[in-house]
Structures are given as C-alpha cells and as structure tokens.
Design a protein around this ligand. Sequence first.
Ligand SMILES: Nc1ncnc2c1ncn2[C@@H]1O[C@H](COP(=O)(O)OP(=O)(O)OP(=O)(O)O)[C@@H](O)[C@H]1O
Length: 288
Amino acid sequence: MSEITIKQVTKRYGAKQVLKGVDLNLAAEHIYALLGRNGVGKSTLLRMINNRTLATSGSITMDGQSVVDNETIQNRVYLMNDSPLYPIDKTVSWHFHTAKLMFGGFDEALAAHLVKAFHVDQTRQLRQLSTGFKTIVKLIIALCVPCDFILLDEPVLGLDAPNREQFYQELLATYAQRPRTFVIATHLIEEIATLVDHVFVLAHGVVTIDEAAETLQARGRAVSGPHQAVATYLAETPILSQTTMGQLTTAYTMNVPATPAPAAVQVTALNLQQLFIALTREDESDAV
Ligand SMILES: Nc1ncnc2c1ncn2[C@@H]1O[C@H](COP(=O)(O)OP(=O)(O)OP(=O)(O)O)[C@@H](O)[C@H]1O
C-alpha cells in the first residue's frame, strides 16, 4: 500500500511565502478533504504533488522516492483542476481514449455508466460543451484512470446541484468498488462532509488540523449564552473563535469542559462547515 509523504514543504512565489512548512501524509484508501481559505495554497500543494510546480524546500515522496520528475510515480497520480483539457476541437471519446493511452488503462465500463448517468454526448467536441459538461468530462476521466492517488481541486465548479449530488454518489460507488486515495480541495464543505474520512485544514502556510472527520465533527461545539457566563464556563478552555451579538456570545471550541454547562449556557454540536468557519475565521491575512 503506497503512501505520499509531505515533509516541511515550503513554497515561495517571489516575495510571497505561501507555504511555510507543510507536513502531511496521504495513506492508501482514504478520502481526504483539503480545506483552507482562498489563497492559502491548496492548489499549489496539489500541483506540487503532481510535479506541476516545484517546492521551494522540503520533500514530497511516495514510498520514500521523490515525486519530482518521477514518471513512474506520476503515472499513479491524477490531478483534476481548472486547467482546460486540450485540444478543444477533439471529441469527448477522443479524450477518454487519450487518457487510456497516457495512463495505461481506463475503466471503460464505468465511463459508459457515467456518460449515461450524466447524459454526456461523447461525439461532441469539447469546445461545444457547456462549462458544467466540460467539468463532467474531466471528472469522468479522473474517476476512470487507473491511478492510486486522485487529486480533485474544486471538482464541482460549474455543476448544478443535482449533478453535484450525482457526482458525490458516483465517487462513493467507485471508491467502494476500487478503493484508492482521493484528495478533495473544495469550499463546498458541507456537501463533502459525509464523503471524506479525514480532514486537513491549511492556514497561515501550515497544516493546522489533521484529523479524522468523525472525531473532528464529534468534538466541535458552539457554546452560547450571556457573555460573562460563557467566559466563566470556558475560562480554562482553548477557544477557536467567538462572535458576540449584543449580550449574547457564541464561542466555538473543540474541547468543552467536563463539568456540565450552567443553565444560561447552551452547548450545541457543530457541523463541519461551521467548524471550518470557526477554525479559519482569523485567517483574514491569508486572503488575497
Ligand atoms: N504561478 C504563480 N505565481 C505567483 N503567485 C502564485 C502563483 N500561483 C499561485 N500563486 C499565489 O499563491 C497563493 C496560493 O494560491 P493557491 O491557488 O495555491 O491557493 P488556494 O488555496 O488554492 O486558493 P483558492 O481557494 O482561492 O483556490 C495565492 O496568493 C496566489 O496568488
């Protein structure tokens, strides 16, 4: 079972230091979420894994071997991102065939199923397709190539809600049939909350959260009530962030005290989306 290990990776674009020492591990047969505010470097990280851009320092290895300029390794990694498929005057089926030649295989049966499920006309040239259908074609290729690591950078951009839902179901179905590793970078966190089993949050150039989705969701709490009551109850507890409206304060935390909350204070569970907002609320400096 192969693993990709990212160690102390930094990336600088000119004077701008985007990644400041990223450590993370991508194990076989997991579906990871890669979350982070706009501009924190998610795409950059995925592009580095796929040898499309180089790290300034640090290492990215698969089973101990550098991924840089390593054709054997890169044949096992597929990155789907906003780069368009070329040439645009070729048909959808031509692109499927080309992916087969490039990666040494293509799940024809799955492709036929997906073409039908998404109502794709394979005889059309790419340039004749709408934005959503271009994305669907890219997603079909990503799901049908025989790679062990599939990196999906904003995979559902341009898809309407029914097609997004269909895609998530198809991803789970193909994962059940042929387990491999997916990394999904997205801002539609709630939509993938039930899909992913592990969450990475990138902030300030480093990984700030590296945790199983289940434990993350189980631990997140919103604690609200009169300001002083919340402050007293959480006096010894690390707070991720908090909001105040008039007299009412809501604090977000991953560790509520063992003692029961006082009557004036309400403790409620957080979903992944709320937790993500709480985790990254102070990240304004990363936005561009
Ligand atoms: N080729 C490049 N040259 C210079 N700066 C770049 C380049 N690519 C990315 N950057 C900068 O690096 C930072 C990280 O960009 P990146 O696209 O990796 O972030 P992201 O987390 O994927 O963002 P988003 O969520 O908005 O897609 C941004 O400040 C961006 O402007």
